[in-house]
Design a protein around this ligand. Structure first.
Ligand code: BGC
Length: 905
């Protein structure tokens, strides 16, 4: 007898135990674990309580959903008592399985944010004595003024240090800090960092919305004196961002400021709030500047001793002054914090002719290094970063453009010193260190990898080394670019939330990691950036550009909510952005009355970075328009907007008609005759059924005519292998991923790539480095990850039953790869596929989570060739239906572990 099903991985608003939820009706979810076949959730009951203890007595004073007879486990809307600011809600769920046996989950919680502006008893603080223009108030001079604003060598403001002390005279029941900045801040309590996050409060459109963080400091306080300290710098708010040399007010504002309050709840029921005000002190310190693009300069001789501790003498620190207010909304942080997620040791260190030392970390990574050195006080160490080496084995930095990406450390002397910058990050594999006084070793530098700490959910591996390396490169692209927002690249003066790149990469990213909270937050950035005419934009948060976005970029505003729905079963995101999405669609329709999308295409990038294969831009634009109309129809249906679903279906069919008459020839050829034109037309179902096979054949011919190579840019690449597979050409998809000829992924790997290159021709033996725009860590072409998980291993969501309620399993087993394994922790539980083939047989092991079903395509012609645990397929427990189709034998299975033995004879 198997154990009852256990509800696990409880989440609120897509996060485990979030501190700071603004949504008054937060959404709850869980996954299920349990052995055995065809396990189901028959009923559930959610209890929410303000007291943890009462949940063990099965009482929920905030909400008792009662027993609900349903198999839902995602996106369940809290419908209990109204929740107050800062309220902690404890919750559990009980699930009754298919035999009616109940099992309770462990206890989880969420905590509400500050819901009213009046909950804040704090003022924005900034440095004293300096007016907006940078000029000082007459007649006063302080340490701050000596190294005043705008005077550091990179033209940025110095990092500021803020501190305050407070006394506690009675037992504290709970203590929180609520904090944010226009700029970046790092918070410490009684001598230590409040937590391990970096780059708080993250990037949003600070004119509209600023996130704040909540820190639980209950266990960090002493009776008596306590100290709070804050480092503050410019970051995305006032530092260098993007490719414009303009700073100071260009994007958001000229000067950083900090806002925070400590809220102490005492055992005796009293409360005390200590907010930022003019009693806080401010100073400069060892970090002279710290900028995302430029790097950091740290002078250890200027360290401030025990400034983070109580009873520090700050009498020479001036008082901080109140900064200007903001109209922007303060909102609780919505996604996982950015953190250091791993460390890398260098493989080698070599001395260059110049005397500098060059460390090779063996992996193109994103973050910074920790340095370990010894030397004389005042000696200067320079740390430069690069992704590649030149032919002369020197650091290649041309592709950084104006991003200096240099950290400088000035020693204090007297023993071993360690240093890691605070508010900067770089994209690099190689580190050049100048000024070392001692012979370095591999301990001198350590790579510290940072990203938004989205939990890992996927793994992939196969018998082909190059394809496994390709997978690793894709993963590293995600690690390096999911930094508060999904960025295009991590190294040059760009690093922005390009919408096209992210929509293309979404599925791959969602297999690799749980990106639900991260992307939900970014979708709000997309809506914040929406133009008055309804257009979504090329980047979000929006800087530098005024206009709406290009086809394939702007459309992310539709594709992202849809993708969230498919992967996470999230209907709420559709509801939240419905108005914005319809405004976008109406805008496109207004500007393009004839259904072909030819107007208002803005920067109209087309199939960006294709190789000698320009896809007609109006074709690409119209294909995306049709795709968006279809997604709108499906999303309307998903949220019960029946009439709109019909309207969007009608719109889609009008666009399709226009597309066919304009771009599709009678022999199935598509205008432009590019791989991308074929891939997009087929992927978005814009080819009449009777021409589809001919059209797919033309795609295959096109690849053959190019010597078996691809030629697609960003948009075509995403669909190329999936479309080939869908139309029966997995062998051609195999050929593309196994190739090492230029252009291919394998070509970059053959030449040492450990991340995905921005362009197929980033470096070639004939031409060396591309001179234009040349990132070696751009995830867009990594969209092939979707095919690795979805087709090669064969795990796909079914949009008709989203959130992996129903799973499509159809591994593509062809010559060239002997075995393949993938595991994916879906929102409903673990899914895994592992296959191994020989000439005679295929072994296929699967894991399907409880409360889901799967359609499994077994690659044989007759069910007689398949057994499961020695039994014929028809007698296999857990398998309901068996159909024989062209693609193979398709069975419907309930949850469980299966081990199929398939004979090829
Ligand atoms: C970025 C891209 C982006 C593109 C728009 C580039 O500068 O790095 O990845 O999508 O511009 O075409």
């Amino acid at each position: 007898m198997t154990a009852p099903l256990k509800p696990m991985h409880l989440k609120c608003e897509h996060r485990s135990d979030p501190l700071g939820v603004d949504n008054l009706q937060p959404r709850l979810s869980w996954a299920l674990e349990g052995e055995g076949r065809s396990r189901r959730q028959a009923e559930y009951r959610i209890l929410v309580s303000s007291r943890r203890g009462s949940l063990s007595d099965h009482q929920g004073d905030l909400w008792d959903s009662g027993r609900i007879s349903a198999d839902h486990s995602l996106d369940i809307v809290y419908a209990g008592q109204p929740l107050a600011s800062a309220e902690r809600a404890w919750w559990r769920v009980c699930v009754w399985d298919e035999s009616g046996r109940p099992e309770w989950s462990d206890t989880a919680y969420w905590e509400m944010g500050l819901l009213e502006p009046t909950d804040w008893e704090a003022s924005w603080l900034t440095g004293p004595l300096v007016s907006e223009s940078g000029a000082s108030a007459p007649g006063r001079k302080t340490v701050l003024e000596e190294r005043s604003w705008l005077r550091t060598s990179i033209g940025s403001s110095p990092v500021h240090y803020l501190r305050n002390e407070f006394d506690i005279d009675r037992p504290v029941r709970r203590a929180r800090v609520y904090a944010s900045a226009r700029g970046l801040y790092r918070l410490s309590i009684n001598g230590e960092a409040a937590d391990d996050r970096v780059f708080a409060p993250g990037w949003t459109d600070y004119h509209q919305r600023i996130e704040y963080q909540i820190y639980d400091i209950t266990d960090r306080l002493y009776e008596g004196g306590n100290a709070i300290g804050v480092m503050l710098t410019e970051g995305w708010y006032a530092g260098y961002v993007g490719f414009t040399p303009r700073r100071h007010g260009a994007h958001y504002g000229a000067r950083s400021s900090f806002l925070g309050q400590i809220v102490l709840d005492f055992e005796d029921g009293g409360q005390q709030v200590i907010g930022t005000d003019e009693r806080w002190r401010i100073s400069l310190g060892p970090v002279e500047y710290s900028d995302m693009l430029m790097g950091e300069r740290y002078d250890a001789r200027r360290e401030l001793g025990g400034w983070l501790n109580h009873a520090y003498d700050d009498s020479c620190w001036p008082a901080a002054v109140e900064g200007w207010r903001t109209e922007a909304k303060l909102v609780a942080e919505r996604a996982q914090a950015m953190k250091i997620i791993e460390e890398i040791r260098p493989n080698t260190v070599t001395r260059l002719g110049s005397g500098a030392c060059l460390f090779d970390l063996g992996q193109n990574m994103v973050g910074r290094i920790k340095l370990r050195v010894q030397g004389k006080a005042g000696s200067v160490i320079r740390i430069r970063h690069g992704e590649m080496l030149t032919d002369e084995q020197q650091l290649y930095t041309a592709n950084l453009r104006t991003a200096r990406a240099e950290d400088v450390y000035v020693l204090k002397g007297g023993g071993i010193e360690t240093y890691e910058p605070t508010f900067t990050y770089h994209g690099f594999r190689y580190v050049e260190v100048t000024g070392l006084q001692e012979e370095p070793d591999l301990e001198t530098v350590t790579g510290r990898v940072l990203m938004s700490a989205t939990p890992r959910t996927g793994n992939f591996e196969c018998s082909d080394q190059q394809v496994t390396q390709l997978y690793e490169n894709i993963l590293w692209g995600q690690k390096g670019n999911f930094i508060s927002v999904p960025t295009d690249c991590p190294q040059r003066d760009e690093r922005m939330g390009w919408t096209g790149d992210a929509q293309i990469f979404f599925a791959t990213a969602a297999y690799n990691m749980d990106i639900a909270a991260f992307i939900s937050k970014w979708m709000i950035d997309i809506e914040d950036a929406q133009r008055p005419d309804g257009a979504f934009t090329d980047i979000a948060p929006l800087i530098l550009f005024e206009n709406g976005g290009a086809p394939g970029w702007a459309d992310a505003g539709i594709i992202i909510p849809w993708s969230m729905y498919v992967f996470y079963g999230d209907r709420s995101i559709i509801q939240r952005h419905w108005k914005a999405m319809t405004a976008f669609m109406e805008g496109v329709a207004r500007q393009n009355p004839g259904f072909l999308r030819r107007h208002k295409l803005n920067l109209n990038f087309g199939d960006w970075l294709s190789i000698d294969a320009d896809t007609p831009k109006d074709l690409l634009a119209t294909a995306y328009y049709a795709y968006c109309a279809r997604l709108m129809a499906d999303m309307a249906r998903a949220i019960g907007r029946v009439r709109e679903a019909e309207q969007y279906s009608a719109l889609r069919s009008d666009i399709k008609d226009a597309f066919v008459s304009e771009f599709v020839a009678e022999d199935g050829a598509i205008a432009g005759d590019t791989q991308t034109a074929y891939a997009l037309s087929l992927a978005y179902d814009l080819v009449p059924e009777k021409l589809q096979a001919a059209c797919a054949r033309k795609l295959v011919e096109n690849i053959a005519a190019r010597g078996g190579c691809l030629s697609c840019g960003f948009h075509g690449t995403r669909w190329l292998a999936p479309v080939l597979t869908r139309f029966g050409y997995s062998d051609v998809a195999y050929q593309l991923v196994l190739s090492e000829e230029y252009p291919s992924w394998g070509f970059s790997i053959k030449h040492g790539a450990t991340t995905i290159w921005e362009r197929w021709d980033g470096w070639t033996p004939e031409h060396g480095f591309q001179e234009q725009m040349n990132s070696f860590n751009h995830y867009a072409f990594g969209s092939i990850g979707q095919w690795l998980y979805g087709d090669l291993a064969g795990i796909k969501p079914d949009s008709a039953r989203p959130g992996f309620k129903h799973i499509l399993i159809a591994p593509q087993i062809r010559d060239g790869i002997e075995w393949c394994r993938a595991a994916f922790r879906s929102p409903r539980g673990m899914i895994s596929v592992s296959w191994v083939q020989s000439r005679e047989r295929i072994g296929l092991d699967l894991e399907i989570p409880p409360n889901t079903t799967a359609a499994i395509t077994l690659p044989v012609n007759s069910s007689g060739q398949v057994t499961e645990g020695q039994r014929p397929l028809a007698e296999t427990d857990g398998i309901d239906e068996i159909h024989v189709e062209e693609a193979g034998v398709i069975v419907t299975a309930g949850s469980g572990r299966y081990s199929f033995e398939i004979s090829r004879e």
